[in-house]
Each structure stands twice: as C-alpha cells, then as structure tokens.
Design a protein around this ligand. Structure first.
Ligand SMILES: Cc1cc2nc3c(=O)[nH]c(=O)nc-3n(C[C@H](O)[C@H](O)[C@H](O)COP(=O)(O)O)c2cc1C
Length: 207
C-alpha cells in the first residue's frame, strides 16, 4: 500500500504512521510552573540530537504545560521511563488542569537535580538536566502552524550507580520503555554489538 498523510487515505482503522517510526525513546519531562509546582509528562517525540555539547529535543503537539514551563523558566529535566515505572509514566500523561502537579497526584517521589531547579523522577535510573535553548515552531508546507520543537542543552546527567556494571550502563538492568504505534510500548529485546567498519571492510564486497 501507499498513502498520502495529508489525505489520511490509508483506509486502515488506525493511523499507521507512529508504528513505522518505532521504537521511540520516551523523555519523561519535568518542569516547574510559575508557582514552583512540579509538572511531569511523557514525550515520545523526544531524542538526543547532538553529542558535543549534548542537546535534546521534545516536540509538543499543541502548546502544552511542559513547553510553556520550559520556555518560562528556562529549564527542564528528562527522566528515563522504565518498565518498572510504566504505570506512573502513563498516568502522568493524563490531561490534568494546568497548575496541578502530576507527581503529587500520582504519589510519585521526585529527587532534586543538581544543575537545574526541576527535580528528576527519584526511581528513574537516569535523568538529563537541561537548560532550555529555543523553540522551533514547526509549520506545514502551506505555512499552517503545527507542533513546537523544544530544544535544550544537557547541563547535568544523573545515573543510578546500580545500573553501571563494569564501567558501562547496563540497559538490560534499566529496562527503558519505548513507544511504538497505537497504544503499544516495548522494552529492549536482544542487545548485540557491532564494530564500526573501516573503508577496507568494503573492498571487494561487490566483485
Ligand atoms: C508515551 C507517551 C508519549 C507521548 N508523547 C507526546 C509527544 O511527543 N508530544 C506531545 O505533545 N504529547 C505527547 N504525549 C501526550 C502528553 O504526555 C500529554 O498531552 C500530557 O498531558 C502533556 O502534559 P503537559 O501539558 O503537562 O506537558 C505522550 C503521551 C504518552 C503516554
């Protein structure tokens, strides 16, 4: 099959797009509102987009509290959503009234960050403390306003020592959650390594 996203002519019961760009990491974004209350919500339009310096992005479909708070306070934190925290992560996506604190409503403990004011999810094995940089307003080709790309620089990184083994982060212990399409999520399957090829590894392969 082939379809045109603007026409949504896929003739399937549900939009398949998000199942095609999967798995997506989940940034569990904490911010502070104007009153200092803690806001927390998951974003799967999320990724590390640069290494030196480390920079992350999340994309807000409509102007939501995480974007508004990050812009207003200049800070946000991305905690790693894991299998153990899947229920709390999902609950924190509920559309609660602006100003209400998801961690308080859920009863989820938060822990102080070191380089920014928003706290991290205490039970999460890793968190990226971020300074807000800028928002890129995404538009359709016809110029219609669409989503907002919120960009930040990572100023501090928390890792629970319990997931560090032999000097490396053991993701099999952390069990990060990934977002798929529909209402589907996944954890990691088999983990394997591949060495980066050198130019000579290609020599003679197509003779
Ligand atoms: C796993 C998961 C991923 C999500 N990813 C996004 C996303 O990338 N962008 C978005 O706008 N909403 C996303 N949502 C929905 C938001 O979490 C939800 O709208 C939330 O209420 C926003 O909270 P906020 O207003 O406190 O930022 C996601 C929800 C879940 C459960």
């Amino acid at each position: 099959m082939h379809y045109t996203p603007s026409l949504a002519d896929h003739h399937l019961p549900h939009d398949p797009l998000l199942a095609l760009v999967a798995p997506r990491p989940i940034g569990w974004i904490s911010t502070l509102n104007a009153e200092g209350g803690v806001n927390l919500a998951p974003y799967s339009f999320f990724n590390l987009v640069a290494y030196h310096p480390p920079q992350v992005m999340f994309s807000s479909t409509g102007r939501k509290d995480s974007q508004a708070n990050a812009e207003a306070t200049g800070e946000f934190v991305c905690s790693l959503a894991t299998w153990d925290l899947r229920e709390a992560m999902n609950l924190s996506s509920a559309p609660v009234e602006r100003g209400l604190s998801e961690p308080e409503l859920i009863g989820l403990a938060m822990a102080p960050s070191r380089t920014v004011r928003p706290p991290r999810v205490a039970a999460s094995p890793a968190a990226l403390e971020c300074r807000y940089w800028r928002t890129v307003e995404l538009k359709s080709m016809e110029g219609r306003p669409a989503s907002s790309l919120v960009l930040g620089e990572v100023t501090g990184i928390y890792i629970d020592d319990a997931v560090i083994e032999g000097g490396r982060v053991n993701l099999a212990l952390a069990r990060p959650l990934a977002r798929l399409g529909y209402m589907e999520f996944a954890t990691l399957g088999e983990i394997f390594s591949m060495a980066r090829p050198a130019a000579q590894d290609l020599a003679g392969r197509n003779e």
